[in-house]
Write a protein that binds this ligand. Structure first.
Ligand code: AMP
Length: 216
């Protein structure tokens, strides 16, 4: 099974991708994670992406498409993957269709996680992440036991530099202008299913499962 998770930043795509990885043995392909890794390692690509990411803008399509193409060619994607944060523009979605056709693969479902903008700003400005394992926390609602230290791995818990309020608003503008059109793109192709991203994580996972089993 191959899936796309669509939704604004902070909707919970990463969290639900991890659930799908654990429960359905899919591989998570997160362009945001891949770009952050490239940035951390200061690769050529990482250096190219850095300024766009810091400003809350999208990294140019050709850079991201190249990354995804390479990632989907790896053997672990053979049994199914979940695309998290890709595609983010209509051009990326069109390129993805071409790429998948070449590889004789199909996307079975596009899941759109819906959350209103005001809720996203409060979620993202409080979001904290472990630098080592990527586990997420919230500065008010879900703090680590020891401040600044990850409960799971002992890594340092930080605020992503694009999770500051001004950048968050810019990322939401970019989402509404460039990514939201993908909702109609996939609706027209009969691939889109939507799920509310409000509520506790487990109930959202259950709603996703019901969609995957064709019972919702
Ligand atoms: P994310 O973790 O998915 O919110 O991504 C963080 C940042 O990485 C975004 O704000 C963009 O700058 C960049 N990025 C991630 N995925 C893409 C994509 N598919 N196309 C362009 N830029 C991306």
């Amino acid at each position: 099974m191959n899936l796309i998770l669509l939704g604004p930043p902070g909707a919970g795509k990463g969290t639900q991708s991890k659930y799908l990885v654990d429960q359905h043995a899919l591989v998570q392909v997160s362009t945001g994670d891949m770009l952050r890794e490239a940035r951390k390692n200061q690769t050529e690509l990482g250096k190219k992406a850095e300024a766009f990411m810091r400003a809350g803008k999208l990294v140019p399509d050709e850079v991201v498409i190249g990354l995804v193409e390479e990632r989907l060619s790896l053997a672990d994607c053979k049994n199914g993957f979940v695309l998290d944060g890709f595609p983010r523009t209509v051009a990326q979605a069109e390129e993805l269709s071409v790429l998948l056709e070449k590889k004789q693969k199909k996307i079975q479902m596009v899941l759109s996680i819906e959350v209103a903008d005001d809720e996203l700003v409060s979620r993202l400005s409080g979001r904290r992440v472990c630098k080592e394992c990527g586990r997420t926390y919230h500065s008010l609602f879900s703090k680590p036991i020891v401040q600044g230290i990850c409960d799971k791995c002992g890594g340092v818990v930080i605020q992503r530099d694009d999770d500051r309020e001004e950048t968050i608003r810019q990322r939401l503008r970019v989402y509404n202008e460039q990514t939201y059109p993908l909702i109609s793109f996939y609706k027209e192709r009969g691939m889109l299913r939507t799920v509310s991203g409000i509520g506790d994580i487990a109930s959202i996972s259950r709603a996703i499962d019901a969609l995957l089993q064709g019972t919702a």
